[in-house]
Design a protein around this ligand. Structure first.
Ligand SMILES: [Zn+2]
Length: 412
């Protein structure tokens, strides 16, 4: 209960009005609890919201009427259990979806993503990214619109993930280094224009791909329950980072925080496109692994897939192992610096870094512990990202956010 005085005059109707307001205010938090899997039953929802059973029941019924969740009033009781089982809550499998789009150096992908981070349909496309962002974003939106037509789903909005820092509040892709796009391209505006031109409903958003991966993992994957979550990942090229604090992305004063790709981890290392030398971006990405292992990258598949396949398939070969270990050591050095500065309670790794962690978890953990003050004392858990296409799921989270904030208002 709020300690503030209610400014409304007491009188007839006030009590029912107050109950209605309170119920509406609980719709968003209730939806988020079901969306993130933290309220699998009505009993848990009641406890988490801190409301009466009747209010929780009304809130769940309203969300079901909006087509967002499913309330199973007759869940099968476990054998031998006592009493009546609580109603089970789940996201509606046939409910609305968000259109998610991702552009990376080797192509793009469109997807429809429902509540719960569930990918309903996906369409990959094109191997060569055009230098004109409007062409690429037009193609990816067209692919998403086709998926919407095929499935007949309602669209709540659209989100785009790009391999670049995205400056706020304008939504400019500042450094799309591995795409041929001009620096500072107004990607959010272009994307929103393509979404409108395709006749799709809802707002349109754009953000950095690793930021979105971190958001998705925090809500649905390896970051669940973490308070200070650090995510570091390679894309198909380069390295990115993100921080989720108390459930919110920490994006800095203008969207550009956690540009971890340009942490120097090897003073004598390769020159980096940022003007520096030995940055994580060029010392610990898929191309760095292939080069260190003496493998010429082929044109037939993405660099990330080639690097992943090399570690998974040939880790026993000395040249591959030595190359992987040098990347692990440099990544560990970068992570240790971040641990000292940020004091995260969990680190999750994606892309090639996930594969490196899985290949030799003890080596990476030892380097981080050895090089960081807090890592040595407490040991920061380092885990692999668990979601497929986490940047796409995160892009959908952007589009879902207005619905999570106010389900009635957003869907009315
Ligand atoms: Zn750099």
């Amino acid at each position: 209960m709020s300690g503030k005085a209610d400014p409304r005059p007491a009188g007839k109707g006030t009590t029912s009005r107050t109950r209605l307001d309170r119920g509406r205010g609980a719709l968003g938090p209730a939806l988020e609890l079901v969306h993130t899997g933290r309220a699998p039953t009505r009993a848990v929802l009641t406890a988490e919201l801190g409301v009466t059973r009747a209010t929780a029941g009304a809130v769940a019924a309203e969300l079901e009427a909006l087509g967002l969740i499913r309330v199973d009033a007759r869940p099968g009781a476990a054998a031998g259990s006592q009493g009546r089982p609580s109603h089970r809550l789940s996201v509606a499998e046939d409910g609305p979806v968000a259109l998610a789009a991702q552009v990376h150096s080797d192509g793009f992908r469109a997807a429809l993503v429902g509540l719960g981070g569930r990918i309903v349909a996906t369409a990959p496309g094109c191997e060569v990214i055009d230098a004109d962002p409007a062409k690429v974003l037009g193609s990816v939106v067209a692919a998403g619109a086709e998926l919407l037509r095929e499935t007949g789903r309602r669209c709540v909005g659209a989100g785009l993930a790009v391999p670049s820092a995205v400056a706020e509040p304008e939504g400019l892709a500042l450094n799309p280094l591995h795409l041929a796009w001009p620096a500072g391209a107004p990607v959010r505006e272009i994307f929103a224009g393509q979404v409108r031109a395709a006749g799709l409903d809802g707002p349109a958003f754009a953000a950095n791909d690793v930021n979105l991966a971190a958001l998705a993992e925090h809500r649905h994957g390896a970051g669940r329950g973490s308070r200070d979550l650090l995510c570091v990942a390679t894309g198909h090229r380069g390295v990115g980072g993100a921080l989720v604090l108390d459930g919110l992305l920490h994006s800095g004063s203008s969207g550009l925080a956690l540009e971890v790709g340009h942490l120097a981890v090897n003073p004598d290392g390769r020159p980096c496109h940022c003007g520096g030398r030995g940055c994580l971006d060029v010392e610990a990405d898929p191309l760095a692994l292939l080069t260190a292992a003496g493998r010429a990258p082929g044109p037939e598949m993405s660099l990330l897939k080639q690097a992943d396949d090399l570690i998974r398939g040939q880790y026993g070969e000395p040249d591959v192992r030595i190359a992987a270990e040098s990347l692990i050591d440099r990544l560990g050095l970068g992570l240790a610096g971040l641990v000292n500065i940020l004091n995260p309670d969990r680190i999750i790794l994606g892309g090639l870094h996930r594969t490196l962690l899985e290949a030799d978890p003890n080596r990476l953990r030892a380097v981080v512990a050895d090089r960081s003050l807090w890592g040595r004392s407490g040991g920061v858990p380092i885990l692999a990202c668990t979601l497929d296409h986490n940047s796409l799921v995160g892009a959908a989270e952007l589009a879902w956010q207005p619905v999570l904030d106010d389900p009635l208002g957003a869907l009315a």
